[in-house]
Write a protein that binds this ligand. Structure first.
Ligand SMILES: Nc1nc2c(c(=O)[nH]1)N[C@H]1C(S)=C(S)[C@@H](COP(=O)(O)OP(=O)(O)OC[C@H]3O[C@@H](n4cnc5c(=O)[nH]c(N)nc54)[C@H](O)[C@@H]3O)O[C@H]1N2
Ligand SMILES: Nc1nc2c(c(=O)[nH]1)N[C@H]1C(S)=C(S)[C@@H](COP(=O)(O)OP(=O)(O)OC[C@H]3O[C@@H](n4cnc5c(=O)[nH]c(N)nc54)[C@H](O)[C@@H]3O)O[C@H]1N2
Ligand SMILES: [Mo]
Length: 701
């Protein structure tokens, strides 16, 4: 073993609210030898999660894509030959130019998400290229935008309750959130709050890992959170616990809301959401009386048609409960008030675009790729930082589209994902250890710098460099295509926004954004809404043709009694513990710990179908189906089975994942996906069709 020559500061790039500060040791030969969480970072606290703690195995994996590849077999077959960068770039440019010649620039479509959350390796250079060629733009709705639309309708952009303040809370409600799995560092702060006496209440149809260890588990039917929230608010009024004084001072529409809440009893709301009325009343009591009380919304409760209104309605509770008064009390979801610190607009080059762009919603990529009426069609697709063949809804249609012979697809990737296997040209991308970046967080208030620790492995190149090279090959000469990653970073931090300087970041690795959020951001109101108050009544919603007051906007398929006759089960597809969406599902350690995909099904639902624990089952609806193992357990609610997502298609017999059942239907506002508003039936698969994996035991959600 060679001695450690240097320690480099990094930032975990993955799509997780924790955004950890990393310390990477590099030996004299330039090889990374260890990776650790920065002990000084208040959120990272010196440890890494089960996904990233063996990151070096990912970086140096024998499965890394190290050279450009060109398709050598049928489309989607996954056969490729190695090519030089020159040849791969020439073919790429030619494919794009052909598409533009045949159908115009708008026929070239980007597909990317947060494979890396870094600014530099995100969309900056790509956007410039798409602007210059008149390409389509992508509306990036796949994750949290329904919930953001909802919370912003009520609160406006807000720093929310800083997670470092959560330790002061005495009641913490994790609503549609499974932080024990999906935010292990924020979970640590909840554990610290509990150590100091806080009670944890989880609102989730499923007994997730977090629900299993909570003090209280409230189990609504999927997509009925607004009914539960209205029940809680009615419960607060009934018990005389509503904070009149705070509401009169700092909200709009308090009297209107009181009138609205007179329409329905706690019992009525309780029946709608499938939670006993006594539990609804007790939740109301705890939120009002066991202060400071904090509601922390997850992403998981927004995959239903009515989710934006549900998030908005839940966001009204802390006003009535009087929680914003208290240090550590109020609401946290995604701290939108901390966004925009990096001067991204300075990096955009809108002058490159002539006319307006055609925009396509990433949550309906299946339709975009297969709709014969789409004009112009999608003739070329460039994918980076995403794996749509695994993560986009309506998988049969996604794959059908990716297999189109007349579609030219470039995929920039680190691994041969299900999407990369459908490419015409694969361009190998660097990992976080190999490129420069700055990473924001959607869960805490820090920005974190990532210095390259090692040279690119193989012939891989950073996304930014790949788009620079593509631009040059396409003959784009604007000087912006010559800007280096260093220059992009410097531009993003020009003028030290919110007190953050590049020099400071270089010294310490991370910096807290200072927007004067303080310890209790809304104790005295100060909401960034048009009225400056918390909007129990939101006029912007009436402008959008919606009820301006909180209401129960029902789910679509879940509430469809007619559909329920054929598809009686409402399937949830949340995250796994050890994969990050589909990332890490090919990690040796992660896959060994989670070898087999499964569906958790309630014993009554299983018995009614002759399904026993461990049996192979087929989960299906009109869109498609998948085969996996049944885990029979009352962790699932009756009628609400749960099949976590993230395994690659090759892990499923038949090559289709839960995504083959998920709908392309969008939410009421913001056009976001409705993965969990999905009716299915489950039947026994042909017996013995899944070989028993040695390691497969009972599921651990
Ligand atoms: N280990 C791990 N960590 C991750 C990820 C991962 O894949 N794995 N993904 C990252 C990403 S991109 C994101 S967005 C976050 C997501 O983080 P979470 O929000 O925790 O994500 P989910 O697991 O999708 O959903 C959380 C819970 O919501 C529940 N749920 C589903 N429908 C409803 C509903 O209608 N109402 C209520 N109340 N609950 C419901 C599910 O049963 C689930 O237990 O995690 C990030 N971190
Ligand atoms: N059924 C169902 N579907 C869902 C969800 C759900 O809960 N249920 N959750 C949704 C959510 S919340 C999200 S955020 C999306 C996530 O969807 P995606 O953002 O597509 O997430 P991943 O599957 O992790 O794919 C990211 C890819 O980026 C690659 N990558 C990482 N770093 C780099 C880099 O520096 N350069 C390049 N070129 N590539 C890189 C990784 O190798 C990986 O293949 O999935 C959504 N899909
Ligand atoms: Mo996400």
């Amino acid at each position: 073993m060679s001695a450690t020559a240097r320690v480099i500061r990094g930032a975990c790039p993955h799509d997780c609210p924790d955004t950890c500060a990393l310390l990477v040791a590099v030996d004299a030969a330039g090889r990374a030898t260890s990776i650790k969480g920065d002990a000084a970072h208040p959120i990272t606290a010196g440890f890494l999660c089960g996904k990233v703690s063996n990151y070096l195995e990912r970086v140096y994996s024998s499965e890394r894509l190290l050279h450009p590849l060109v398709r050598a077999g049928a489309k989607g077959e996954g056969r490729f030959r190695q090519a030089t960068w020159d040849e791969a770039l020439d073919l790429s440019a030619q494919g794009l130019q052909d598409a533009i010649a045949r159908h115009g620039g708008a026929s070239v479509v980007p597909y990317s998400y947060l494979g890396t959350q870094g600014l530099v390796q995100g969309d900056v250079m790509a956007n410039r290229l798409f602007d210059a060629i008149g390409g389509s733009t992508l509306v990036r709705t796949i994750c949290a935008s329904a919930g953001v639309a909802g919370t912003m309708a009520t609160n406006g952009a807000s720093p929310e309750v800083d997670p470092e303040e959560w330790v002061h809370a005495r009641t913490i409600v994790a609503w549609g959130w499974n932080p024990l799995s999906t935010a292990p560092h924020l979970w640590r702060l909840i554990l610290e709050a509990r150590r100091r006496g806080a009670r944890l209440i989880v609102v989730d149809p499923f007994r997730s890992r977090t629900a299993r260890v909570a003090d209280v588990h409230v189990r609504p039917l999927p997509g009925t959170d607004a009914a539960l929230a209205l029940g809680v608010m009615r419960g607060l009024l009934d018990a005389g616990l509503a904070d009149d004084e705070w509401c009169r001072a700092h909200t709009v529409g308090y009297d209107d809301l009181i009138e609205r809440l007179a329409d329905e009893s706690v019992e009525g709301h309780a029946a709608q959401c499938g939670v006993p009325a006594s539990e609804v009343r007790e939740l109301a009591r705890a939120l009002a009386q066991d202060q400071p009380s904090l509601i922390r919304l997850g992403v998981g409760a927004q995959r239903h048609a009515g989710a934006p209104i549900a998030y908005r309605t839940i966001a009204c509770i802390p006003a009535l409960a009087g929680s914003w008064r208290h240090r550590g009390g109020g609401l946290s979801y995604i701290p939108t008030g901390m966004f925009g610190v990096l001067r991204e607009e300075r990096l955009a080059r809108p002058h490159l675009r002539e006319g307006t762009a055609r925009s396509l919603n990433m949550s309906r990529i299946a339709e975009a790729l297969t709709d014969p009426a789409l004009d112009p069609p999608v003739a070329a697709l460039i994918v980076w930082n995403s794996n749509p063949a695994a993560i986009a809804p309506d998988q049969e249609r996604v794959l059908e589209g990716l297999r189109r012979e007349d579609l030219f697809t470039i995929v920039c990737e680190q691994f041969m994902t299900d999407t990369a296997a459908h490419a015409d040209v694969i361009l190998p991308a660097t990992t976080q250890l190999e490129h420069l970046d700055i990473v924001w967080s959607w869960g805490h208030h820090y920005l974190t710098l990532n210095e390259p620790a090692i040279a690119p492995v193989g012939e891989s190149r950073p996304n930014s460099e790949i788009f620079r090279l593509l631009a040059r090959r396409l003959g784009l000469t604007d000087a912006c295509f010559g800007e280096t990653d260093e220059e992009l970073l410097a531009m993003a931090l020009e003028g030290d926004p919110a007190g953050i300087s590049l020099a400071g970041l270089r010294e310490r690795g991370y910096a807290k954004i200072d927007r004067g959020q303080g310890t209790s951001p809304h104790a005295d109101g100060g909401f960034a809404t048009p009225s400056g108050k918390l909007e129990l009544r939101c006029e912007r919603l009436s402008e959008a043709g919606l009820d301006p007051l909180p209401f129960f906007d029902p789910p679509c398929e879940v509430a469809d009694e007619h559909l329920a006759e054929r598809y009686p089960l409402a399937l949830l597809t949340p995250k796994t513990h050890l994969f990050l969406n589909s990332t890490f599902a090919n990690g040796v350690r992660q896959h060994a710990a989670q070898p087999d995909p499964y569906v958790v099904i309630h014993p009554d639902d299983a018995a009614a179908r002759g399904i026993a624990d461990g049996m192979a089952v087929r989960v299906h609806n009109d869109r498609g189906g998948f085969t996996c193992r049944a885990s029979v357990s009352d962790d699932a609610r009756i009628g609400v089975p749960v099949a976590p997502m993230g395994w690659w298609n090759r892990d499923y017999e038949g090559g289709r994942s839960p995504q083959a059942t998920t709908p392309q239907r969008l939410t009421t506002l913001r056009d976001a996906p409705t993965f969990n508003d999905n009716r299915v039936e489950i039947s026994r698969a042909a017996s013995g069709s899944i070989p028993t994996s040695e390691r497969s035991g009972r599921h651990v959600p």
